[in-house]
Design a protein around this ligand. Structure first.
Ligand code: ATP
Ligand code: MG
Length: 415
């Protein structure tokens, strides 16, 4: 590290900063991850800290050898050699729930000359295209000869000349440059980049997500995971009506959500026999709602086995016949476990915005069949009464089929 720093620092005095992007980006960097307030103040602070460090270590493994540790309300992610993929690690860190800001920072020695030099070399790239900035210096080492305002002032001057004219604006700057004077080193970075926010995964317990190949359920899973819930996923397939490729697409979606939530225990239920029985024994107009109730009944049993405290679906209000208020009430009545529907109050375009942001959308819109659409009734009942539904469902005893479906579930861990 020291060698690299020396190499980078040498012969830089008279460099034209605007023409040396390549070299400047090779300045030794670390990634600094900051927590949210909730975590800093909560009772479980220590658990959260060690949980987040563990999670970052797990996610760092594809990107090389990083030293990851917690200190002074920050998690440090330090590359240990030149082979480390900083871009990859940076992108991965931005997906960890419980981290509110992620900075790539240059590391320099703890003296004013080094800080000035580093600011002049490292920052112009970060500030390119920006009009105004301010410097926010922080000292955790109170023995450092300059005060924070003095550091800010000096570094402000350095940046002003190094960037040829970006102006200081202390009230509403385009970029806040942070200079952190710590125990051993100094870290210098441009704007804080928003992290994934939310709560550390696992801090709130575990739930079971009913996942289809659509847009909504992966978003629903992501939203609940963001609140600190670990996920199981349950998918209903109806081969040969639904294909292996359709199932693989769902698995891909689960894997995309797992990039945020961590490993997901993914269960695939064979639903064919039950769907055929519904078709044979129940009135067509009630087909969809009875199918959904039976899905929920199976999901609850699987959820209980794995200590999940609730079910999660991607349902929202009013998109399709099975998602009217009455229909949702009938679905709820099939189970006695809380059912979370985080998309319930969202417009489709709001759901799509999240779907795109988490990288699921392109996969969700691939045109594969879902078991829900295999036997869609021509005229679904939009205002079913529970009494009517229960009578219709009672015309056939599904319990053996349900037991069989549960016995034959296929499990897989998806990362
Ligand atoms: P999505 O975009 O999530 O598919 P949707 O708007 O298409 O939702 P539906 O097809 O009615 O609506 O499904 C509503 C919810 O029911 C889904 O969000 C999902 O939670 C659950 N669901 C639907 N099909 C399946 C399936 N084959 N396996 C597991 N859950 C399913
Ligand atoms: Mg769907």
């Amino acid at each position: 590290d020291n060698k690299k720093r020396d190499r980078v620092a040498s012969g830089r005095e008279n460099m034209d900063f605007m023409n040396s992007f390549e070299e400047r980006s090779s300045y030794p960097e670390v990634i600094l991850c900051k927590f949210g307030e909730v975590i800093l103040k909560g009772n479980n602070r220590q658990n959260f800290e060690s949980g987040l460090v563990k999670e970052l270590r797990r996610r760092a493994s594809p990107y090389g050898n990083f030293k990851i540790y917690f200190k002074q309300s920050t998690i440090y992610v330090e590359p240990q050699n030149d082979e480390c993929d900083m871009e990859g690690m940076y992108a991965a860190a931005k997906k960890v729930f419980g981290i509110v800001a992620v900075n790539r920072a240059a590391v320099c020695e703890k003296n004013m000359d080094a800080i000035k030099k580093c600011a002049a070399e490292y920052l112009p790239l970060k500030l390119s295209g920006k009009r105004t900035f301010k410097v926010d210096a922080k000292r955790s080492d109170k023995k450092f000869p300059l005060t924070s305002p003095e550091i800010s002032k000096e570094i402000g001057g350095v940046i002003h000349s190094a960037t040829r004219g970006i102006k200081v604006d202390v009230k509403n700057p385009d970029v806040i440059v942070t200079v952190e004077v710590r125990d051993k080193n100094v870290f210098i970075h441009g704007n804080q980049i928003k992290g994934a926010g939310g709560m550390p995964v696992g801090s709130a317990g575990r739930v079971a997500l009913l996942v289809s190949g659509g847009i909504d359920s992966p978003v629903a899973g992501w939203m609940m995971s963001k609140r600190g819930l670990q996920l199981n996923a349950i998918h209903f397939a109806a081969p040969p009506y639904t294909s292996k490729r359709a199932e693989m697409k769902v698995r891909d979606l689960v894997s995309i959500v797992a990039k945020y939530s961590g490993r997901i225990n993914f269960a695939v239920v064979n639903f064919t026999e039950i769907q055929e029985a519904i078709k044979e024994h129940c009135p067509e107009e009630l087909f969809t709602i009875i199918m959904r109730r039976l899905m929920m009944k199976i999901a609850v049993r699987l959820a209980e086995k794995d200590n999940c405290g609730a079910l999660v679906t991607g349902e929202s209000l009013g998109q399709v016949a099975s998602q009217t208020l009455g229909a949702l009430a009938c679905t709820d009545a099939a189970v006695n476990m809380p059912v979370f529907r985080p998309c319930i109050g969202m417009d489709k375009d709001e759901i799509i915005t999240i779907s795109r942001a988490i990288g699921a959308f392109e996969t969700s819109i691939l045109p594969y069949e879902d078991c829900c659409t295999v036997f869609t009734p021509k005229h679904p009942r939009t205002r079913p009464t529970l009494k009517l539904i229960e009578e219709a469902e009672g015309a056939f005893d599904f319990s053996e089929m349900i037991d069989r479906a549960i016995e034959n579930v296929k499990y897989e861990f998806v990362d």
